[in-house]
Design a protein around this ligand. Structure first.
Ligand code: XIL
Length: 579
C-alpha cells in the first residue's frame, strides 16, 4: 500500500491576542553563582581588563541576595554576563528592544552618579544611555538598545561609563520587549503555516533592504509564504539604460525568498509607469518598440526562469471609468499615458504574454489592474471589472497564454465589498482564469479608530475566506509589511495593513490567520489511510481532484501522487496532503 504524507491537524486553542504588553527574559539574577565567583570585565575597546574585577557578593544589610559587585579602574569597565541558553548578542538585540537592571550605588561612591549605562555584545555597542541613580540605594533602570550584528557572542556586557576607581552592584538583568500578541516563532500561530497547509499563498511586497533587518525579515518570512518586489523588478529598476540589465535588487529578494521556502511573484513587465526614461526619450518606431519590449521580457523573465512562480505581465493597461458591460469590449489606457500603447497599439499586450510564456513556460501569467473586483452593477469599479474580464477573455479565447487576472485591491475599509470580490472570482472561474488579490491595502480614516480596525479585521478575514474556498483564487498579497511602511500617504494614521509599525500583529492579521487555520482544520480532517481498517484495496491508477471537487489529473499512477505540487487533493474519496 502506498504511503502518503498525511497530516492530522489537531485543534489548537490559541490564546486570544493581547497587544503591547512587556515580555521579559531573565539574563541573570546571580542566584546560580557562588559567593566569590568572578566574571570577566572588558574595556570599551573590547579588551579584557585584568585590573578591574567583578565578583558575586552580598550587600551589607542584604546578605541573602547575591549580586554582582563591580570594582572599576579605568573609564570603561563592562562586566560580561552570559545570555540565556541559545541566545546570541545578535538575537538578543534583535528580539528585545530594552535591557533592564538594578544598579545599587553604595554610600560614598559618587563617581557612579550622573553616568551612562552602556551595553555591549562582544565589542559591539547596543546602548549608551544616561541613567539616574541615587547614592546608598538600588535603582531599576531600563535602557533602549539597538540591534548589533556579528560577532555572535553569547554574552552581554554591562556597566556604567566613566565610573572610574569605584564600586557598585548590579542585579536582576532582564531583556525586555513588547509582547507582539502572538509568538511568531511558534509556527502554528502564523497565517503562513495554515496557508502552506492548504496550498494557498499569503504574500507581501518587499524591498531588498528590509530583508537584512532581523525584525522585518523575520516578520516577513515567518508570517508569509510569498513575496513580490515593491519596485525591484520594474522596468526602471532592471533596464536603466538600453539592454543594460541590473538584477541585483531582484536577486536579493529571490535568493532570500528561496532560502526561506517562499514563492516569488514578478512585478511587472509592461507598464506605462516606472518605465525607464530612455524608452520615452527617443521616438522609437513600432518595430523597435516591440523589439525593446521583447528583449526586456526575455532577459528579465529568463534571468529568473524557474525561480519566479508568476508574473504580472501587463499592469494597469485599462482606462478608468469605463462602463460598457460584459461582452462589450474595453477601453485601454490612453496613448497619451501609455508609451507601449502609443507606439505599439493593443498588440503589445498579446505579445507581452506570448514572450513571457516563451521565456519561462512554467510561469503563471497575470493581467494586473486596480479598481477590479466589483462585478455588480451601479458601482464605479463595475465598468473596469467588466473591461478586464472582456480583455482577459479575448486573450484567452485567442490562445494567448494568460492564466489569470490580478486585482490590485488598493481599497479602503469602508469601500471594500467582500461579496463583490467573491462574485468577481466566480466569474473568472467560469472562464477558466485565476483571479487573485495582488496589492491589498485597506486604509481607514485618519486616524483609524479601534472600531474601524475591527471592521478591517472582518474584511481581511472575508478576503482570506475567498482565497481559502476558491481554487482559482490561490493567493492574497498585501502591499506593505507594516502600517508605517506603506506607499500610501499618512498610513500610520489610516492603518491599512496587517502589522503595526512596531511589528505587532494587528486584529487584521489575527483574523486572517484564523480564517486560514479554520479552513485548514476543516478540510484536513484526514486520517492516515494505513491505519484505516476500512481501506482495503487501492486501484493502481487514480483521478485527482482539487478540494473544490474539480478534476485536475486523470488516471495517473498512484506513485505519481506523491510528486504532485504541494497541496491538498482528493484521491479515491480521501483527502491527501502532498508536502
Ligand atoms: C508603488 C510602490 O509601492 C511605490 O514604492 C512606488 O513609488 C510607486 O509604485 N500599482 C502597482 C504598484 O502596480 O507597482 C505600485 O507600487 C502601486 C500601484
Amino acid at each position: 500500500m502506498r504511503k502518503y504524507l498525511l497530516a492530522i491537524i489537531s485543534t489548537l486553542l490559541l490564546a486570544a491576542p493581547s497587544f503591547a504588553k512587556d515580555k521579559k527574559v531573565t539574563v541573570s539574577l546571580f542566584t546560580d553563582y557562588n559567593i566569590g565567583d568572578t566574571l570577566k570585565v572588558f574595556g570599551s575597546t573590547g579588551m579584557e581588563l585584568k585590573s578591574a574585577y567583578a565578583v558575586i557578593d552580598t550587600m551589607p544589610g542584604n546578605k541573602y541576595n547575591k549580586m554582582l559587585h563591580v570594582f572599576t579602574t579605568t573609564t570603561g569597565c563592562y562586566v560580561e554576563v552570559p545570555l540565556p541558553e541559545g541566545m546570541t548578542g545578535t538575537t538578543a538585540s534583535a528580539n528585545y528592544d530594552r535591557v533592564s537592571a538594578i544598579i545599587n550605588v553604595p554610600q560614598g561612591q559618587k563617581n557612579c552618579l550622573g553616568k551612562k549605562l552602556v551595553i555591549y555584545y562582544g565589542s559591539k555597542k547596543a546602548s549608551e544611555t544616561a541613567v539616574t541613580l541615587t547614592e546608598g540605594k538600588g535603582t531599576t533602570v531600563t535602557v533602549s538598545q539597538t540591534k548589533v550584528s556579528a560577532p555572535y557572542d553569547k554574552a552581554i556586557r554591562i556597566g556604567l561609563a566613566s565610573a572610574t576607581n569605584s564600586n557598585y552592584y548590579i542585579d536582576n538583568i532582564y531583556l525586555v520587549t513588547k509582547d507582539y500578541g502572538y509568538d511568531y516563532t511558534v509556527k502554528e500561530e502564523t497565517a503562513r503555516y495554515w496557508a502552506d497547509m492548504i496550498g494557498k499563498s499569503i504574500g507581501v511586497c518587499v524591498n531588498p533592504d528590509q530583508l537584512n533587518d532581523a525584525r522585518v525579515g523575520q516578520t516577513i518570512y515567518r508570517n508569509f509564504n510569498l513575496v513580490v518586489g515593491e519596485n525591484a523588478m520594474k522596468f526602471d529598476a532592471t533596464e536603466g539604460s538600453r539592454n543594460n540589465f541590473n538584477f541585483n535588487q531582484g536577486d536579493q529578494i529571490v535568493n532570500w525568498a528561496l532560502k526561506h521556502n517562499m514563492a516569488v511573484r514578478g512585478h511587472t513587465l509592461a507598464w506605462h509607469s516606472q518605465t525607464s526614461q530612455w524608452v520615452h526619450n527617443t521616438e522609437y518606431s513600432k518595430e523597435e518598440m516591440f523589439a525593446i519590449l521583447k528583449n526586456h521580457i526575455f532577459k528579465v523573465v529568463g534571468h529568473w526562469k524557474g525561480k519566479i512562480r508568476e508574473w504580472d505581465v501587463v499592469n494597469e493597461c485599462l482606462a478608468e471609468n469605463v462602463g460598457r458591460g460584459v461582452g462589450q469590449g474595453y477601453q485601454l489606457r490612453s496613448a497619451d499615458e501609455s508609451v507601449w500603447y502609443r507606439r505599439c497599439g493593443e498588440a503589445f499586450i498579446d505579445s507581452a504574454f506570448v514572450w513571457a510564456h516563451q521565456a519561462d513556460p512554467d510561469a503563471i501569467l497575470y493581467l494586473n489592474d486596480y479598481n477590479i473586483g466589483h462585478w455588480g452593477n451601479g458601482h464605479y469599479e463595475n465598468g473596469k471589472t467588466h473591461a478586464i474580464y472582456n480583455l482577459a477573455k479575448r486573450l484567452k479565447d485567442s490562445g494567448i497564454p494568460i492564466h489569470g487576472v490580478g486585482m490590485q485591491m488598493h481599497t479602503s475599509i469602508s469601500g471594500l465589498q467582500v461579496d463583490q470580490i467573491e462574485e468577481t472570482v466566480k466569474q473568472f472561474a467560469a472562464i477558466g482564469l485565476k483571479c487573485i488579490i495582488t496589492e491589498l491595502d485597506m486604509p481607514g480614516s485618519k486616524p483609524s479608530s479601534d472600531a474601524e480596525q475591527k471592521t478591517q479585521a472582518t474584511k481581511y478575514a472575508g478576503l482570506a475566506s475567498i482565497i481559502c474556498r476558491y481554487d482559482n483564487a490561490p493567493s492574497m498579497v498585501v502591499w506593505g509589511i507594516a502600517d508605517n511602511r506603506s506607499w500610501l500617504d499618512d498610513s500610520e494614521k489610516s492603518k491599512p495593513l496587517l502589522f503595526t509599525g512596531e511589528f505587532e500583529a494587528k486584529p487584521s492579521y489575527i483574523s486572517t490567520r484564523d480564517m486560514f487555520r479554520t479552513q485548514a482544520e476543516r478540510i484536513t480532517g484526514i486520517e492516515d489511510i494505513e491505519d484505516d481498517g476500512t481501506f482495503i484495496e487501492e486501484p493502481e491508477f487514480v483521478d485527482v481532484y482539487s478540494l473544490a471537487g474539480v478534476k485536475i489529473y486523470s488516471n495517473i499512477s498512484r506513485n505519481e501522487v506523491e510528486s504532485l505540487p504541494a497541496g491538498l487533493y482528493i484521491v479515491g474519496g480521501k483527502k491527501v496532503l502532498v508536502k
